[in-house]
Design a protein around this ligand. Sequence first.
Ligand code: HEM
Length: 189
Amino acid sequence: MNLPSEAYLWFKTLHIIGVVVWFAGLFYLVRLFIYHLEANEYEPELKDAFFKQYTLMEKRLANIITTPGMILTISMAIGLLVSQPEWLTQLWMQIKLFFVSLLLIYHFFCYRLMNQLQNESFKWTGRQLRILNEMPTILLVIIVMLVIFKNSFPTSAATWFIFALILLMAASIQFYARYRRLKLESENE
Ligand code: HEM
């Protein structure tokens, strides 16, 4: 479609703002689920109060930040594709769309978990949630690399080294959190 090039830049600006808002929500939502789950260990009165508070925070975060961020990202992406439909014929874009579909599945899966937490029919452990919380980080790295490098996605040794560093960083954060939890538990015994 023949839109002015400024329109394309506006779509891209709002697309990137949408991505930032969407991910801010996705990153914090599962963290809230972990706190919500940990409230099970409190005595009944405290547990009720924390459950109510976390339920409210989750709903607000999901409905006021995360989903509007997702809608802004996707609607502006449609604007970008309508302005330049030839992107759709490129392999990097097709691969990007595959990873974006995974991200959307993750987004709606978080809603499912949120409902289960609110109905107290939640079966996941805190450890599983912590691992799940790494998913959006991995998808973010892959999608941003695809959009920046496009069809010349790097596969050199240096790239794998950077990937390994990112994984190592994520693993160290997990290990440190586990170490702190275990230390706290042993102090409370
Ligand atoms: C339906 C889903 C999506 C479509 C169709 C789409 C499409 C596009 C298009 C056509 C561009 C412009 C590319 C250019 O001008 O070089 C773009 C830019 C961008 N997209 Fe997406 N996108 C989608 C979702 C996402 C998601 C989920 C993320 C983040 C995880 C993302 C991150 C970015 C970034 C950072 C840019 C700016 C890249 C640059 O200016 O070089 N996109 N997107």
